[in-house]
Design a protein around this ligand. Structure first.
Ligand code: ADP
Length: 628
């Protein structure tokens, strides 16, 4: 019999299949089962549209897929009673790699990417050659009398000949390769391996996938003796939980599915189960965990959702389905629109995926807002675990997503030290308060010690405590909320003095210009100016930042690699109502050296209270000692 040749691109793909990396080999079963399931679908559809007597008889027959391994013969046979193929179809369908496949091979440098695509999307029937050195396909098309046999040993080509077969459908026999040093092909002949692969990839195929499973059981009448019997077993669960209607699923079922599928010991905080139809048709079952997984804040953590196409697992973690700021969401998406194999065009894939991702993202946001409104306690628990991700999301991407996220973020505030949303904060601001005030520090305790916070509180203002490194950056990205600007309580923009006090500042600062110039000289470029203020209550001094960078931002930026040298512009403010003010004036008149020491001491004290480190601790302690 004359061998027919594969098309050129198919040859190349075959080569790639055969040499594909080990971990991808197991998808061969998924690919063949998925084709069998399609063939059953096609037959079912055909029967629905056929009024003949034979068709109505056929409709009563069960559609199924059967897997039969044979260790001795080293074969696996996968049978379906679907639509089958004619000789012509065998030649056309199995002789040419899916058109899309050839499309892919035209792209340059495709080889590296392809390997990944094989793992994620597969290339259909050809996957059989990853584990087989020979593949035999016997098929009889529905309504035809004649069966045909297609056979191939890989890249050399294939033969098609007529043969015998009972009933319509397709029977694919894989002749499993001999084991090598690297690959244990024999494992695929083990019923337990095959059963596990079906559960992993094809659990939700809607037709029963059957196999004779060996089972050990006690021999009747003979104590202690066991025999192995084979039981015909359906390996897949067929109906996935997400295909059921919500009203049929109990909370316990959702919870146990989540714990099982996503390896969490705790129930999820929230379950989101949706069906979407329209430009993208898919089911999604999403979970918000009640705690961050142990590796969440490490670079090993990978975001993503499981992606199924018509119940067939495509990938365990599809990162493209979730934006980074929702990276904590676990769950799955099952789409009707994605083809299992490399689809017509990868681009279209992308488009569909993007559409699904966008819909999902919107849904998550809506559900989180609902949670915030309806179950504050749960939301705060959620925010404690994952809020950093949302705040980082506000800042990330040049603020592209800030409007989506601004209503989801919260901060602890001076009012009862509880979480407040920006909406809550701005809606309860006193009328004369012009800005949203925040204090950035490493902890709430330290923030509360800032003299400027005292000043704000005594005016009846609420202050947000920014204690995570991204907080101030997020606020700068937001700029404002409900038309109220974010202002660092330690910046010169914070309006903490009455008009009378401001006026007083102006005259006093003017009349003491020389004193301040002398102090500034002692401090060099550590500060841009020294001046009096009336906002400090009982505190002697504070540092106020003038430019864009705050002292806290300076700290964060300088702690990042390659980012050293950020410098906040600071002004040393002295409490005009504190006895130290008079002392400075006296020293200016009587002892300029001592004035210089005092300036340094006041500056360093202000640094300490402001949560900054002392630049020269030795000089500082010497100064204190000399005063003692
Ligand atoms: P794809 O499924 O993407 O079309 P495959 O290489 O997996 O690519 O299969 C090629 C074609 O062979 C299928 O489209 C189908 O027409 C046919 N085919 C494969 N397996 C079967 C089967 N079990 N029964 C009927 N037709 C099949």
């Amino acid at each position: 019999m004359k061998k027919k040749q594969f098309k050129a691109e198919s040859k190349k793909l075959l080569d790639l299949m055969v040499n594909s990396i080990y971990t991808h080999k197991e998808i061969f079963l998924r690919e063949i089962i998925s084709n069998a399931s399609d063939a059953e679908d096609k037959l079912r559809f055909r029967l629905l549209t056929d009024n003949s007597e034979q068709a109505s008889e056929e409709q009563k027959e069960e559609l199924f897929i059967r897997i039969a391994p044979d260790k001795e013969a080293r074969t696996i046979t996968i049978t379906d009673n679907g639509i089958g193929m004619t000789a012509e179809e065998l030649e056309n369908n199995l002789g040419v790699i899916a058109r899309s496949g050839s499309q892919l091979f035209k792209t340059e440098n495709a080889d590296n990417k392809d390997v990944d695509i094989i793992g994620q999307f597969g290339v259909g029937f050809y996957a059989a050659f990853m584990v087989s050195d020979k593949v035999t396909v016997v098929s009889k098309a529905y309504g035809s009398e004649e069966a045909n046999c297609w056979e191939s040993e890989g890249a050399d080509g294939f033969t098609v000949s007529s043969c015998e077969k009972e009933g319509h459908g397709t029977e694919i026999t894989l002749h499993i390769k001999a084991d090598t040093d690297e690959v244990n092909y024999s494992q695929y002949l083990e019923p337990y391996t095959l059963s596990a692969l079906v559960k992993k990839y094809s659990n939700y195929i809607r037709y029963p996938i059957k196999m004779m499973m060996p089972e050990s059981r006690p021999v009747e009448g003979k104590e202690g003796e066991y025999e192995t019997v084979e039981t015909d077993t359906v390996l897949n669960s067929m109906l996935p939980i997400w295909k059921k209607s919500k009203s049929e699923i109990t909370k316990e079922e959702y919870d146990s599915f989540y714990k099982d599928a996503f390896h969490d010991y705790e129930e999820p905080l929230k379950v989101i189960h949706t069906k979407t139809e329209g430009s993208a048709t898919f089911d999604a079952l999403l979970f918000i965990p009640s705690h961050a997984p142990f590796d969440y804040y490490t670079k090993d953590y990978e975001k993503g959702l499981r992606l199924y196409s018509k119940g067939v697992l495509i990938t365990e973690k599809c990162g493209d389905l979730l934006p980074d700021y929702f990276n904590f969401v676990r769950g799955l998406v099952d789409s009707e629109d994605l083809s299992l194999n490399i689809s017509r065009e990868m681009l279209q894939h992308d488009h569909q995926l993007k559409l699904i991702a966008k819909t999902i993202s919107k849904k998550i946001r809506t559900e989180l807002l609902k949670l915030l409104k309806d179950d504050r306690e749960a939301y705060e628990k959620f925010f404690t675990a994952f809020g950093a991700s949302l705040k980082f999301g506000v800042y990330n991407n040049y603020g592209a997503d800030k409007d989506e996220l601004k209503d989801l973020i919260m901060f602890k505030s001076s009012k009862e030290e509880k979480f407040v949303t920006l909406e809550e904060y701005t809606s309860r601001m006193p009328e004369e308060q012009k800005a949203i005030y925040y204090a950035a520090s490493e902890s709430v305790e330290k923030a509360k010690m800032l003299p400027q916070v005292d000043a704000a509180l005594s005016k009846g203002y609420e202050v947000l405590f920014f204690t995570e490194y991204m907080d101030e950056f997020a606020a700068r990205m937001l700029m404002s909320y409900n038309d109220k600007t974010f202002v660092n309580i330690c910046s010169g923009e914070a309006d903490l003095e009455s008009d009378a006090e401001k006026e007083e500042n102006e005259t006093e600062n003017k009349s003491n210009e020389e004193l301040f110039a002398a102090m500034k000289e002692a401090l060099g470029d550590k500060v841009s100016a020294v001046r009096f203020t009336h906002k400090l209550g009982s505190h002697p001094s504070c540092l106020t930042n003038e430019g864009f960078l705050s002292a806290e931002m300076e700290k964060v930026l300088n702690s990042m690699p390659g980012n050293n040298g950020a410098k906040a512009e600071l002004v040393l403010e002295i409490n005009a109502e504190h006895p130290i003010a008079e002392k400075l004036k006296t020293l200016y008149a009587e002892d300029k050296d001592k004035l210089s020491d005092y300036a340094k001491l006041l500056y360093n004290e202000a640094r300490l209270i402001g949560g900054m480190s002392i630049e020269d601790p030795v000089e500082f302690s010497t100064l204190i000692c000399s005063l003692m």
